[in-house]
Ligand binder design. Structure first.
Ligand code: Q46
Ligand code: ZN
Ligand code: ZN
Length: 306
């Protein structure tokens, strides 16, 4: 006899460990969406009339974020940043297009190589690839949102991403990073830093994979070639092992961190921000790290051409 769903007679599609229960596809979808809705409300992420920019990579997390927000009736548009990392990026772009077509959301595409003359991984620099990749992505989606008047940027970070980020930064005592992490980053610097939210903050990676499967969402499975050997993956493996032994470890760890975040905030030395001489965006030095890294002499204009 197959195991049945907790709420109906259908066979179970997934076994959840925390809370422990078996659910069919439909009841799992309902459960997942209720959880995301509660996260959005709890942290006051979105207002009904907000113009939301969802950053879609082609992967599962951002695809599910866009899908769920659209299903909830939010006003979303998507942005895909093609990083120029060979076949990995080409595939990512194809999936992003497919995902946005599926939900009927407008998709904007920025290609790093066309925009800046080189793809990620093609720049001769001492800076680690993931470091300038992260810097480039964050700058592009923020400036794109600002240039086009979006109220908020939504990203696909899930509970596993958050837990491993916090774990990693506690192990290294990076209190500066720990002071700034969270489900919502409010708008700052006269709106030039656009509000950021993470609607999947309280759902696990495993739940995101199951939701995509249950709802026919296709996504890129390949890992970025630069991610190999990343310590984040090792922290994730440790947390998964703990979660296996003690269900609820991840969510309790992240919620505990949010309760204690003020301790890290007290230590934060806020760098005085000023306008970048090149692009006018917030910067701790005369020229912001994006304009400096890419050697720009004039700002990049992301306004959507009509
Ligand atoms: S930072 Fe590094 Fe990722 Fe950029 S280079 Fe690839 S692995 S994509 S999340
Ligand atoms: Zn059911
Ligand atoms: Zn700049």
């Amino acid at each position: 006899m197959p195991i049945k769903c907790k709420f109906c007679d259908k066979p179970a599609f997934i076994k959840l460990h925390y809370p422990k229960m078996y659910l069919c596809e439909e009841h799992f979808t309902e459960y997942f969406e209720r959880k995301v809705k509660r996260t959005i409300e709890r942290y006051k992420m979105l207002k009904p009339d907000d113009r939301i920019l969802v950053v879609v990579s082609g992967g599962k997390d951002s695809a599910v974020t866009a899908y769920v927000l659209k299903k909830f009736g939010y006003n979303i548009e998507c942005l895909h940043i093609n990083l120029g990392i060979g076949e990995y990026s080409e595939k990512g772009e194809r999936y992003a297009k497919k995902q946005c077509e599926m939900i009927g959301a407008p998709l904007h595409i920025v290609r790093v190589r066309e925009l800046l003359g080189a793809g990620i991984g093609e720049v001769r620099t001492r800076r680690p690839t993931c470091s300038y990749c992260g810097l480039t992505k964050r700058y592009i989606f923020n400036k794109f949102a600002y240039d086009n008047g979006f109220d908020v940027v939504a990203t696909g970070h899930n509970l596993d991403d958050e837990a491993s980020f916090i774990f990693n930064n506690i192990m290294n005592w990076n209190t500066q990073y720990l002071a700034k992490q969270g489900p919502v980053t409010p708008s700052a610097f006269n709106g030039k830093l656009v509000k950021k939210v993470k609607p999947l903050y309280e759902v696990t990676e495993r739940e995101v994979v199951a939701y995509a499967l249950a709802n026919g969402i296709e996504y890129e499975i390949d890992e970025c070639p630069h991610a190999r050997g990343a310590t984040t993956l090792e922290w994730k493996a440790i947390l998964n092992e703990m979660e296996e032994k003690r269900p609820g470890t991840k969510i309790n760890f992240v919620k505990g961190y949010l309760r204690k975040k003020h301790l890290f905030e007290a230590e934060l030395e806020e760098a005085e921000l000023r306008e970048c001489k090149v692009c006018g965006m917030p910067s701790s030095g005369e020229v912001c790290s994006f304009c400096r890294f890419w050697g720009l002499e004039k700002p990049v204009d992301f306004r959507i051409k009509p």
